[in-house]
Unconditional design. Structure first.
Length: 252
């Protein structure tokens, strides 16, 4: 756990207005000025939730209906597999984030030519089963998924973690204010303002898989089975939480 400290003694009656500030003492009681102290507590922690997207893209040269049929067939397999393996009791879920069906054109010599009909279905997977992510990806690809987009690792208990770190920062801010006040022959007389913030440096993995060979196969026929790919290695790593408290204390 890393700690960052900054302290400033201000002999002034200037009142600094900030969003969500807490005013505790009226400045008409004879205080000589105030002390400003900042303290940030930093902590690395393992994420417990991941969200990523799986896409199924199919195409057909002659018919949008056929491209849609192919997409539905693969999508149903992927949906059924994911639904059977995620743990909804832990808050896991899957959802469709985007569905599109469009003709695709190519340009040659300044002219536009029809190429194919393409259908795309994007499925978002939200799960706490981090140990199963590799399997989710590999099996979805084997079932016909064509793209896997970036993974976003997060914390489900961010509020609890922030509360703990903010409490540490607040205590340290008060301690530092007392130390600075005594050092200049004064004493802390009350709280002028407190400002807090807590942020999580979410870990986004720039993972992207595009099975172009499978896309071409899906566009031509549904009979050919995709080749087995090496097992996907996914490492969640750590994410960092920053909890900061900026305090201003009256002194006398």
């Amino acid at each position: 756990m890393k700690k960052i400290i900054a302290a400033t003694l201000v002999l002034s009656t200037f009142i600094f207005a900030a969003p969500m500030a807490v005013n505790a003492v009226d400045n008409s009681q004879g205080q000589k000025g105030y002390i400003s102290v900042s303290y940030t507590t930093e902590k690395e922690i393992s994420p417990d939730t991941v969200e990523f997207s799986i896409s199924i893209k199919t195409s057909d040269k002659k018919s949008m209906q056929e491209a849609s049929r192919k997409n539905k067939e693969i999508s149903n397999k992927v949906y059924d597999y994911l639904k059977a393996n995620i743990k909804s009791v832990n808050g896991d879920y899957i959802k469709t984030s985007n569905y599109s069906a469009n003709p695709v054109y190519i340009y040659r010599d300044g002219k536009r030519f029809f190429d194919k009909y393409e259908v795309s279905n994007n499925i978002v997977v939200h799960t706490k089963s981090l140990e199963q992510v590799s399997g989710f990806i590999d099996n979805s690809i084997q079932l016909g998924a064509t793209d896997v987009n970036s993974l976003n690792f997060t914390l489900s208990n961010k509020d609890a973690q922030c509360a703990e770190l903010l409490s540490t920062s607040a205590r340290q801010v008060k301690t530092r204010a007392d130390v600075v006040a005594v050092a200049v022959g004064a004493s802390v007389a009350g709280v002028k303002e407190l400002r807090t913030s807590c942020s999580v440096n979410q870990r986004r993995v720039g993972y992207a898989y595009s099975n172009m060979k499978l896309m071409r196969a899906a566009g031509a026929t549904m009979d050919a089975a995709p080749e087995a790919a090496p097992a996907t290695n996914i490492e969640s790593g750590n994410i960092t939480i920053y909890a900061s408290v900026d305090g201003e204390f009256y002194v006398k």
